[in-house]
Design a protein around this ligand. Structure first.
Ligand SMILES: [Zn+2]
Ligand SMILES: [Zn+2]
Length: 315
């Protein structure tokens, strides 16, 4: 195995000895108590007592990244897709700041979407850390990190079959320091701010729905009914190089609360930011990994039709 810095690592290493990057740990979800197929009980090995269906997804389908109690995330295959095409990368530099969060959702209609998402997330995380270390301001760090990620995604070799687009992914990334979150994105993976006093969606989807509603062409209710509602209008991929200029917002952290990045596998099941805030407030565990697991579990309980990825920074 290799760290993103190129150094070799062992399967159970928690950190890369060369660059200090925290390494991802894999762990199956713990809250499954009924068979996904028949609803019967599960034995201690994760097999259904009645039909024998194995409940635990293969380990790479459930990815947990835990930096510390404040910064963590989960990416899960969900219940319907055969593989996880989402990915996340997290990093905390210099003991306390800045914090870096990246969530990517590979575009299903492209070749190797899982690799596109992993490449984009890892490249962006590393490039943001490097840019910060040389003193680049956060907005230009995001732009240059996305450009590096795009170049790496464009370098993924693929079989040009004609049916599928070149490897592509959405991306949302945040760099948080001194009470300011700078967030960049392409596509419909989102960032939210959730606290006891306020909650809001910080990103605006690059999607057909958001664009026609913003242009005043049709109402949101009408747009939601269209089969195009979920089509994204911007992404990272070789077929969108000119369009891959990220939207960037700066958000001043108003009080203590949670910065949450997620893929549509979560937000599709939430009504709005208030609903997400409610789920967070009801989480039995209030640390970053506890909230991430709670939100992923919520999406699985809603049907888990898509891959689900959540990254949480407690502030
Ligand atoms: Zn069963
Ligand atoms: Zn998705």
């Amino acid at each position: 195995m290799q760290c993103i810095c190129g150094a070799s690592i062992l399967a159970d290493d928690k950190f890369c000895e060369e660059c200090g990057t925290p390494l991802t740990a894999s762990k199956p979800p713990t809250a499954i108590d009924k068979c996904e197929k028949c609803g019967a009980g599960i034995d201690s090995e994760g097999y259904c007592c009645q039909c024998g269906f194995r409940q635990e997804p293969p380990v790479h389908d459930w990815l947990e990244v835990i930096i510390n109690s404040q910064l963590a995330g989960v990416s899960d295959r969900g219940l319907k897709h055969s593989r996880n095409e989402d990915f996340l990368a997290l990093q905390q530099l210099n003991d306390s700041q800045p914090n870096i969060l990246v969530v990517c959702d590979g575009v299903s209609s492209s070749e190797k979407p899982d690799l596109a998402a992993k490449t984009a997330a890892e490249t962006t995380c590393l490039a943001l850390a490097n840019a910060w270390e040389i003193g680049e301001n956060s907005a230009s760090a995001i732009k240059s990190a996305f450009a590096t990620a795009l170049a790496n995604v464009c370098n993924i070799s693929y079989r040009n079959s004609g049916d599928l687009e070149p490897p592509s992914t959405t991306i949302v990334a945040a760099i948080v320091q001194e009470g300011i979150a700078t967030i960049g994105w392409l596509g419909d993976s989102r960032a939210y701010w959730i606290s006891a006093h306020s909650h809001q969606q910080l990103t605006q989807d690059d999607s057909w729905l958001t664009e026609v509603v913003a242009a005043g062409k049709i109402s949101e209710a009408e747009a939601r009914l269209s089969p195009k509602a979920h089509a994204i209008t911007r992404w990272l991929g070789a077929d969108a190089v000119e369009d891959a200029v990220p939207s960037i917002v700066k958000f001043t952290i108003p009080d203590s609360g949670y910065l949450i990045l997620c893929s549509d596998g979560l937000w599709n099941y939430t009504l709005d930011a208030a609903h997400l805030a409610n789920l967070v407030q009801r989480s039995p565990d209030r640390d970053a990994i506890g909230i991430s697991r709670t939100l992923v579990e919520f999406a699985r309980n809603c049907g888990g039709h898509d891959n689900i990825t959540v990254a949480v920074l407690c502030l």
